[in-house]
Every structure is written in structure tokens, then in C-alpha cells.
Ligand binder design. Structure first.
Ligand SMILES: NC(=O)c1ccc[n+]([C@@H]2O[C@H](COP(=O)([O-])OP(=O)(O)OC[C@H]3O[C@@H](n4cnc5c(N)ncnc54)[C@H](O)[C@@H]3O)[C@@H](O)[C@H]2O)c1
Length: 251
């Protein structure tokens, strides 16, 4: 019941970490707004939650478009009467080496992974500040926002940006009782990881060995960290980057 009467937006909630996070929030009594560009899968998550008797709505959203992000925040507030938590989770991976990368690939990556977090945060901050009850923003960063992962320079760059966006939100909005933190997962077992491993289980098993704990992370592992950073149990924590990486960055 940790989130009873709290309203939570989760972006990229049709799949992977976002989907699991939406489910965990709803099971802790939050009213959840599922935002994603994938309408069929997003509606599917909401149908699953509704079947469990939980409160959720789907808002089809292209997070790279400001009008969509503004509409997302407006719909959340109109539907449930307030907004307490924003989880900026949606992201994509582009593995083209930097010297071969086209300008449009770079733009798509930066727009999806970083600009989307600016846009959703902007409209959420306005709502939280006008309501004067504060709130929490949790951004899904990556270990690659802390240390460079080989071969994905552009992706690493977007996650470095997410880290600094998080710290900046934390210091600029603390006086409005709005906290901002990020989680930094290493390799998590999601559809994104399946795609980047060419749906090859052997390649995935090799990757798991990079985590000292010896397994891939699960979407639940990340969701639990996100819920902690969004909850009152972390009320004195802001501007931090919580690694959820099986020890990857401890080496
Ligand atoms: N999987 C990992 O190993 C891993 C590790 C570290 C960080 N992350 C980060 O976690 C987050 C979630 O990743 P995942 O592995 O769950 O990925 P995923 O591919 O399973 O899910 C991403 C979701 O984002 C949505 N999305 C993409 N572009 C969008 C847009 N423009 N508008 C709205 N929705 C959009 C997709 O439709 C999808 O539902 C990402 O930010 C990713 O960078 C993932």
C-alpha cells in the first residue's frame, strides 16, 4: 500500500523494465499511467492490471514530441486528480559504431533517450509546482552513464546526459519538495537485450558473466530500486545514481 492515492506516470511501460515497474507500482496501490508509442502492448499492460482490479490507464505517447508529453501529463492529472511520481524510463539502443553513424540515428537516439526526459520532466515539474505537494522523478539511466560501454558511444553519451539531468533537477527543484534520482542498471533481461544479442541465448549467457553476481538482472530488480527511490522511504535521497548492476561498476 506504499503508493495508496499516489499517481505515477511510467514511460516506455509497454515492455521490459517499464512494464514491470508499472505492474509493481499498481500492486502497491498506485494509480498508474502507462505511456508508450506501442499502443497494442501498452493497452495490453493496462488490460492485465485492470483484470487484477488495479487502477491504470494507457496514454499513447511519442515521447520525442513535446505536445504528446504535455498531453500525457494533462491526461494523468485530469484522470486521477494529481501527479506524484514520474518515471522517465523509455529508451532505445543504437549499436552503429560512431564513425559509421548517420546524423538521423544520433538525433533519434538523443531525442528518445534524453530529450524525452527533459520534455516529460518539464511538464511534470509545472504540475507538481502548481499543486505544491512535491513529488519524485526517477530516471532510468545505465551503468553506461557512469562508465563507457564499448561500441555504443552515442548511447553512452545519452546516458551521461541523463545522469547530469538528474543531478540538475535534484538541486534546482529541491526547494519545491521535488526529488530526482536515477537508477543505473547493467545488462537486464528485456526485449532490448534480446535484440542487441541477436536473440542468441549463448551471447546473452556470455554477457551475464560480466556481472560479478553471475546473472543478468531482471526487470523486477530494477523496478524495486525505482519504487524505493519514488517512495517516502527515500525522502532524504535526491540527486543520486543507484547502481542496479550485480557489481558491474564495483570492479
Ligand atoms: N535492458 C538493459 O540491459 C538496460 C540496461 C541499462 C539501462 N536500460 C534502460 O532501461 C530503459 C528500458 O529499457 P528496456 O530494456 O526495458 O527496453 P524495452 O525495449 O524492453 O522497452 C522500451 C520501451 O520504450 C518504448 N519507446 C521507445 N521509444 C519510444 C518513444 N519515442 N515514445 C514512447 N515510447 C517509446 C518502447 O515502445 C518500449 O515499450 C531504457 O532507458 C534503457 O536504456 C536498459
Amino acid at each position: 500500500m506504499a503508493f495508496k492515492d499516489r499517481v505515477v506516470i511510467v514511460t516506455g511501460a509497454a515492455s521490459g523494465i517499464g512494464r514491470r515497474t508499472a505492474i509493481e507500482f499498481a500492486r502497491q496501490s498506485a494509480k498508474v499511467v502507462v505511456a508508450d508509442i506501442d499502443e497494442k502492448a501498452g493497452e495490453g499492460v493496462v488490460a492485465e492490471l485492470t483484470e487484477e482490479g488495479l487502477d491504470a490507464v494507457f496514454v499513447p505517447t511519442d515521447l520525442t514530441v513535446e505536445a504528446d508529453c504535455a498531453q500525457l501529463v494533462a491526461t494523468a492529472t485530469e484522470t486521477f486528480g494529481r501527479l506524484d511520481v514520474l518515471v522517465n524510463n523509455a529508451g532505445i539502443e543504437v549499436t552503429t559504431p560512431l564513425h559509421e553513424m548517420q546524423e538521423h540515428e544520433w538525433d533519434r537516439l538523443v531525442d528518445t533517450n534524453l530529450k524525452s526526459m527533459f520534455l516529460c520532466s518539464k511538464h511534470t515539474l509545472r504540475q507538481m509546482m502548481s499543486a505544491a505537494h512535491g513529488g519524485a522523478i526517477v530516471n532510468v539511466c545505465s551503468v553506461s552513464g557512469l562508465v563507457a560501454w564499448p561500441g555504443i558511444a552515442a548511447y553512452n553519451s545519452t546516458k551521461g546526459g541523463v545522469l547530469m539531468l538528474t543531478k540538475s533537477l535534484a538541486i534546482d527543484y529541491a526547494r519545491h519538495n521535488i526529488r530526482a534520482n536515477c537508477v543505473c542498471p547493467s545488462i537486464i533481461d528485456t526485449p532490448m537485450t534480446d535484440v542487441s544479442n541477436g536473440h542468441d541465448d549463448a551471447a546473452k549467457a556470455e554477457k551475464a558473466k560480466l556481472n560479478p553476481i553471475g546473472r543478468l538482472g531482471t526487470p523486477e530488480d530494477v523496478a524495486h530500486a525505482i519504487l524505493f527511490l519514488a517512495s517516502d522511504k527515500s525522502s532524504f535521497i535526491t540527486g543520486t545514481a543507484l547502481t542496479v548492476d550485480g557489481g558491474y561498476t564495483a570492479i
